[in-house]
Design a protein around this ligand. Structure first.
Ligand SMILES: Cc1cc2nc3c(=O)[nH]c(=O)nc-3n(C[C@H](O)[C@H](O)[C@H](O)COP(=O)(O)OP(=O)(O)OC[C@H]3O[C@@H](n4cnc5c(N)ncnc54)[C@H](O)[C@@H]3O)c2cc1C
Length: 375
């Protein structure tokens, strides 16, 4: 086997939102790398997938200027109205948070990825699509990537850093023998993106608790388009205002898994995003957490402190998984206690400013460690 010394020291495997954000953060620090993806291009624009971009993520993407572009293309959600069978019982008004720009940015994942790609293209970086990491061989000293290129040729390259941003089924993680334990629930959840004929309020999210039918959550994408997701397998039949529906853009079902790696790093292999952690979509934390991983890793590489990466990120991922589990339990649980907490205790807590700020910090992902490079 002929092993080539790679032109760059860093290989990013995967050009999803996490690989692309890592590419952005390395590029703006003038750190060269190679980025590959087995797919032929970004997430289709009609598949909204990771829809919510949180304040922490926007802060991270501010130095590159990408946050401004995302804000210009997205829709700000500033209120969350909670209802039971359509009757309102609590309002989370994000304008009451101390930060003036407090909101959740709603923007389809395919659009977010295209903003990253356009920024990278302006800086001379284009991912190598249709290029697959077949496997990885590593020991304490070297890591060799076996790669198949778009034209079918294979190559073996040695890298100092191989960074797996290759999603939940990560080959990088499996090749490195890093454990990804946890569990997958049995329940089928469903989501759908619905276009309405008449305009809707684009700035208000609406979780509606349906007696005997779980929960349905509405997240506006723009003034005519809404994402609904439900704890049941047939979200479409639960959608209100059916006569106002023009068309369905995209729908999918999914099961919720909670898994986290035992370590984010082994020798010269690093993991970020879904390759390292997957959890419930409640709270919309998945992609945001992955973009944080990527930004921390880029900073640590630039500081020559990459060996500290797992110590920084593992506790954050573990905490987020605990929180999304608790939130999912809270929104799906129909016991008397859960209903009392939601319907009576929550509205009272929202009236107490320090507690309200803590609740909102969690919602805006401001409860993760602040990035030190943004001081
Ligand atoms: C139906 C659906 C709905 C979702 N809804 C939400 C939501 O509402 N909110 C939310 O936060 N998240 C949601 N998610 C999850 C969100 O999409 C992920 O958290 C996010 O995409 C993770 O980004 P990533 O870059 O880590 O991984 P991915 O987006 O999975 O990207 C991994 C990339 O690696 C590439 N790759 C994989 N293996 C290889 C290989 N061997 N060689 C080269 N390239 C490889 C893949 O082609 C892919 O492009 C949803 C996901 C799905 C499928």
């Amino acid at each position: 086997m002929k092993i080539l010394t790679a032109k760059h020291k860093i290989l990013i495997v995967g050009s999803g939102p996490v690989g692309l954000s890592l590419a952005v953060e390395l590029t703006r620090r003038n750190i060269p790398f190679r980025i590959i993806d087995q797919g032929s291009g970004p997430t289709p624009e009609n598949e909204s997938r990771a829809l919510g971009v949180h304040l922490r993520t926007l802060d991270i993407l501010t130095p590159s200027g990408i946050a401004d572009t995302l804000r210009a293309k997205g829709n700000l959600i500033t209120k969350i109205k909670m209802t039971r069978d359509g009757r309102q019982f609590a309002v989370l008004d994000l304008s009451k948070h101390p930060r003036k720009d407090s909101a959740i940015l709603s923007i389809p994942q395919g659009t977010t990825e295209r903003v990253f790609l356009a920024w990278l293209a302006q800086h001379g970086v284009v991912p190598q699509w249709n290029t697959t990491l077949i496997k990885l061989e590593m020991d304490a000293d070297t890591s060799i990537a076996h790669i198949r290129s778009a034209n079918g040729e294979t190559e073996d390259q040695a890298y100092d850093y191989i960074i797996g941003c290759d999603g939940a089924h990560s080959i990088v993680r499996k090749s490195a023998g890093i454990d990804f334990s946890g569990r997958t629930g049995d329940e089928q959840w469903s989501l759908v993106d619905v276009e309405y004929i008449n305009e809707i309020d684009p700035h208000t999210g609406r979780p509606n608790f349906l007696t005997g039918n779980g929960v349905i959550v509405a997240i506006p994408i723009n003034k005519n388009l809404v994402r609904y997701f439900s704890s049941g397998s047939n979200v479409i039949k639960l959608i209100p205002d059916q006569e106002n529906i023009r068309t369905i853009h995209w729908q999918s079902t999914f099961q919720i898994s909670y898994r986290v790696v035992e370590t984010f790093q082994k020798h010269s292999v690093y993991l970020a995003g879904d390759a390292a952690h997957i959890h419930s979509p409640a709270g919309g934390r998945g992609m945001n957490l992955g973009i944080e991983d990527a930004a921390w890793l880029a900073w640590l590489i630039s500081e020559k402190r990459a060996a500290e990466y797992s110590n920084f990120r593992l506790p954050v991922a573990q905490k987020t998984i605990r929180e999304t589990f608790a939130l999912t339990d809270q929104i799906t649980n129909e016991t008397m206690l859960a209903r009392l907490l939601r319907g009576t205790v929550l509205p009272l807590l929202l009236k107490i400013p320090p507690i309200r700020t803590r609740i909102f910090n969690n919602l805006l992902a401001l409860d993760t460690p602040p990035p030190p490079w943004l001081k």
